[in-house]
Design a protein around this ligand. Structure first.
Ligand SMILES: Cc1cc2nc3c(=O)[nH]c(=O)nc-3n(C[C@H](O)[C@H](O)[C@H](O)COP(=O)(O)O)c2cc1C
Length: 320
């Protein structure tokens, strides 16, 4: 008898505002494998959106041909949400993701992002109208709650009533921001109440942490990875058992150059481009554990010349 093949996981790239930009995503797709699609960092809903306007620039299809992309909207204004999703539909997108996870008080105080999680009735009212008006698929990315992990227990029966393509759960509460640990027991409770298989997001940083989640939740088929991928861009390929390059440092260098020259072209001003690269290195530095001096030079750099010299130092230590 043939054994049923083990289904490969679906791996998506998490939205990290300012980090997993189109420049990053294109460079990633060119140099690394293993990611099936990305969710873009959120845009706010707008009442009368122009699909070719600046608001959607990061999402223009001509800038995003290398990797399947799902745009994300942060909103509690359902009319604006539907209009914004329609504009994204005009740009060719077949799915939009609703952000119910953003933890920043400036956002949550206005009952946006994770600020909606304690209000299942408001979520139901939103979804009633949104699902009636949307012409493209809807997925949701959310946390366990704003303040308490049991908020999800009242929310899950609401989500069960709507035809969502995916529900991606990051098992932290908003008040935790990105601190403390993920709560796998709370994820299990939520999964038990969900009529669909949840997608998992949070703290997958190496194949071991992926295996631990997979072993505990065999029904989970979709995994969203954020900081782990930016710190180690080979991680999705490692998880999927894809072949890695013979010279990983050369691949990382080529990726770096794509991002660096991409930002130099896309952004005006030296400081802006260098700040972007420093933010990237605050994650990517983890791939270069022996290069602390070079990484420090990167953080201190104020010109393209000093920056490039520091990058060469980091890469040469890695190649030794
Ligand atoms: C700098 C930063 C920006 C983020 N921006 C977004 C965002 O725009 N939309 C969103 O849904 N989540 C956002 N997140 C949350 C991540 O998508 C993800 O849920 C979180 O980092 C946990 O996954 P990870 O441990 O794999 O990184 C952001 C996280 C960070 C650290």
């Amino acid at each position: 008898m043939n054994e049923a093949p083990i289904a490969r996981p679906v791996i998506s790239l998490a939205p990290l505002q300012g980090v997993t930009t189109r420049v990053f995503r294109n460079a990633f797709a060119r140099r690394f494998g293993g990611v099936d699609y990305a969710v873009a960092p959120y845009v706010m809903s707008v009442p009368t959106p122009d699909p070719r306007g600046d608001h959607f620039k990061e999402l223009f299809p001509e800038y995003n041909a290398r990797m399947p992309l799902v745009p994300q909207i942060l909103s509690n204004d359902v009319a604006g949400f539907v209009e914004t999703a329609a504009a994204l539909g005009e740009l060719g997108y077949g799915e939009v993701n609703w952000n119910l996870g953003c933890p920043y008080p400036m956002v949550t105080r206005k009952r946006r992002g994770a600020g909606l999680l304690p209000h299942p009735d408001a979520v139901r009212a939103f979804l009633d109208e949104a699902c009636g008006g949307l012409r493209i698929a809807l997925s949701i990315k959310l946390r366990l709650g704003l303040d308490a992990p049991d908020e999800i227990l009242r929310l899950m029966p609401v989500l069960n009533d709507y035809p969502l393509r995916a529900v991606i759960l990051h098992p932290r509460v908003g008040a935790q921001m990105y601190e403390g640990s993920v709560d796998l027991d709370a994820f299990a409770e939520a999964a038990g109440l969900s009529s669909r298989d949840l997608a998992y997001n949070g703290d997958i940083v190496d194949p071991g942490s992926y295996e631990a989640v997979r072993a505990r939740f065999p029904a989970v088929r979709e995994f969203m990875l954020g900081r782990g991928v930016v710190s180690d861009p080979f991680l999705p390929a490692r998880i999927k058992g894809l072949r890695l390059p013979d010279d990983p440092t050369a691949t990382l260098e080529a990726f770096h150059d794509d991002v660096y020259f991409g930002y130099r072209e896309a952004l005006s001003g030296r400081k802006h481009a260098l700040d972007k690269m420093k933010e990237l290195w605050s994650y990517l530095g983890a791939s270069f554990p022996r290069a602390e001096n070079g990484l420090k030079e990167i953080r201190k750099s104020t010109s393209f010349e000093t920056y490039e010299a520091a990058v060469r130092t980091v890469l040469s230590v890695a190649a030794q």
